[in-house]
Design a protein around this ligand. Structure first.
Ligand code: HEC
Ligand code: SF4
Ligand code: SF4
Ligand code: SF4
Ligand code: SF4
Length: 578
């Protein structure tokens, strides 16, 4: 009764959770690309997409991806054998246990008419599958806490997943062990399944079970006479053998039973197996009910993400389906850290200590952000810095074992955050090259709004560094300067800093920025951003020796020294005018 109430409650929570999650896939919005697409559009696009796949040759891709990537986890194998072994052991072991053991009444018993949980091969297999999970969990703990795989972070969800699985497995072993040793279980069985009621017969049977089946009896102790055991064996053959293989086949349970032997009687009196049964069952039901809200939900979302990414047309997928897929991908992420391992922006993480630079951690923050969790300005700024430092190199996408299109996600979220967030000076750096390339997908005013905000932020940051020179250009227009600088070579500058490193003036100061205001490469970037007043305010241009080293060393043929001349001439012209 209590069992059924618990079972149905947890099943109810599980199913409601899954339905809620699927609802969020179609209604949550990530970034500007999902604006203006409503829920019904997304739902019908998904149905249309699914039908198209099922009734076309794409179904073959689906089958291939299902076998290679979902069942055999080829993507993980390619990255890391140990991680693959861990995943296969936990996943396969747990699934087999679920089918053979947890659902035995419905599956195993209907497949095998002779099924009893205490009979081989089931008795042995239950232990074998459990050991697979335990081996997998051991590798997981080893990788996270001993091997300390670089960039693999462990958060509360990872702890939860490891702990719940461990509790389920360990309580299962202890339950089996206490049952094996339990004298009250033995007595119950004798009463239920045998017509043995004479004291002498029961004694013989009990002796055999103490001798060979691990039962711990309060009265009977080894050694037993061979004749007694032989008689017990006869009774056993008639009454019990059809359902009981030797418990030695349950190798972990039996080994543990031997260890528990000294306290077995006390355990039995305290109804140890009942308590362990409750712990085991409650842990399983809790795991089931909480699954849709935990990292374990990836066992459902992961395969769907893999399949969806495999069949969605690479060139022009329906924007409504992209919007849906991107929310789903957040659920599919297992926080495995593979993406962060090769991330080309990860070196910035070592210097800035902002976890959001690592793609696997950005996924965690994005989940909270998209779910509408209230975030402090600092948290938002950290996420924004993370997405702006991304170089769009796509290395995360190609390695993600659940096939998440991470780069696309970053571009989308970046755009959204810079639209409503803080002016991010990095937006003006070569890091945002891809945003520039994609600018035609964004309405012009939306494209320039954050760029202008970032420009102002940069100007503000450097203002104090620049000496208030009377020769600062007064209202110099970009056109006037461009005319002077004719071919605009500064716009080819990609901030390699060669010019600054070779400059003899720069290298003669300990803190050149303080004395010179802006350094040659910074002046070129300023010009590129149209911050001409700022550039001309740097005393660097007046301290320049005109040695032409910078200009000769520039790989982009920027006329650094000539541009300095131009700035100086313009400033002098302006002063004369005044
Ligand atoms: C119809 C099949 C069947 C018969 C016959 C049967 N058992 Fe069992 N027995 C089971 C099953 C199934 C379990 C495990 C589930 C449970 O505890 O009810 C079990 C459990 C036990 C346990 C607890 C240890 C464990 O591994 O779970 C003992 C002890 C036991 N039986 C003794 C006996 C004895 C002694 C006999 C013969 C008098 C006997 N059984 C006859 C099916 C049977
Ligand atoms: S995005 Fe992919 S690779 Fe990165 S942590 Fe999530 S599942 Fe792993
Ligand atoms: S695309 Fe961005 S997040 Fe992904 S690996 Fe490259 S730099 Fe890192
Ligand atoms: S020309 Fe001026 S700025 Fe360029 S290297 Fe020489 S001193 Fe430095
Ligand atoms: S050397 Fe050329 S490309 Fe490099 S920072 Fe200087 S001006 Fe820019």
């Amino acid at each position: 009764m209590a069992f059924n109430v618990l079972l149905y409650t947890s099943l109810f929570v599980f199913i409601s959770g899954v339905i809620y999650k699927i609802y969020t896939w179609f209604s949550w919005e990530i970034g500007i690309s999902s604006r203006d697409i409503d829920r019904s559009e997304r739902l019908s696009a998904a149905f249309k997409g699914m039908l198209e796949v099922i009734f076309s040759a794409k179904i073959l891709i689906l089958i291939k991806v299902f076998i290679l990537d979902v069942v055999f986890q080829k993507r993980i194998l390619k990255e890391d054998f140990l991680r693959w072994a861990m995943h296969m052991l936990i996943y396969t072991g747990f699934m087999l246990l679920l089918l053979m053991h947890a659902l035995d009444e419905h599956i195993t018993a209907s497949l095998f008419s002779e099924y009893y949980s205490t009979l081989n091969p089931f008795f042995f297999l239950r232990n074998f599958f459990s050991m697979m999970v335990i081996a997998g969990l051991t590798i997981a703990i080893y990788r996270r806490f001993i091997l300390k795989v670089p960039r693999l972070k462990t958060n509360s969800m990872d702890y939860y997943a490891i702990i719940i699985l461990t509790v389920i497995m360990i309580s299962g072993f202890f339950l089996e062990a206490t049952k094996i040793t339990s004298i009250s279980d033995f007595e119950r069985m004798v009463e239920e399944f045998s017509d043995v009621d004479e004291k002498k017969d029961i004694n013989a049977l009990e002796s055999l079970w103490v001798h060979a089946f691990g039962v711990v009896s309060p009265d009977l102790k080894e050694p037993f006479e061979e004749k007694l055991l032989e008689y017990g064996r006869e009774i056993h053959e008639i009454n019990c053998a059809s359902c009981h293989s030797s418990p030695k086949w349950a190798f972990t349970g039996y080994a543990l039973a031997n260890i528990l032997n000294p306290i077995a009687l006390r355990l039995d009196r305290a109804k140890g197996s009942k308590i362990l049964w409750y712990i085991h069952i409650l842990a399983c039901f809790f795991g089931l009910a909480y699954l849709p809200f935990s990292k374990m939900f990836h066992i459902i979302a992961g395969p769907i993400s893999l399949l969806a990414n495999a069949v969605m047309e690479k060139d022009k997928p329906d924007p409504a389906n992209i919007a849906t897929r991107q929310v789903m991908e957040l659920d599919a992420c297992t926080h495995c850290g593979t993406c962060s391992l090769g991330c080309s922006a990860a070196t910035a993480f070592d210097a800035l200590d902002n976890e959001n630079i690592l793609p696997s951690e950005k996924m965690v923050s994005l989940k909270s952000l998209i779910a509408g969790k209230k975030m402090s300005p600092e948290e938002l700024k950290a996420i924004q810095e993370g997405v702006c430092l991304c170089t769009n190199c796509d290395r995360c996408t190609v390695v993600c074992p659940v096939g998440i299109n991470l780069k696309e996600l970053w571009l989308n979220v970046r755009e959204d955050l810079i639209q409503k967030g803080y002016p991010e000076p990095l937006l003006l750096s070569p890091f945002s090259f891809v945003r520039g390339l994609n600018r035609y997908d964004i309405p012009a005013d939306e494209y320039y709004k954050p760029v202008n905000a970032a420009k102002q932020a940069v100007a503000g940051k450097f203002d104090s560094l620049i000496k208030q020179s009377p020769l600062i250009l007064q209202g110099a227009g970009i056109e006037e300067f461009n005319q002077l600088a004719k071919d605009n070579t500064f716009s080819y500058c990609f901030s390699c800093q060669n010019c600054t490193s070779v400059c003899p003036v720069v290298c003669s100061f300990d803190k050149p920025e303080e004395t010179l205001g802006l350094l040659p490469h910074q002046i070129m970037r300023c010009l590129g951003l149209g911050l001409i007043e700022m550039a001309s305010g740097a005393s660097m241009i007046w301290d320049c020796l005109t040695c032409y080293q910078c200009q000769e060393h520039c790989p982009q043929n920027v006329n650094v020294t000539d541009l300095f001349f131009g700035l100086k001439n313009l400033a002098i012209k302006n002063v004369k005018k005044a």
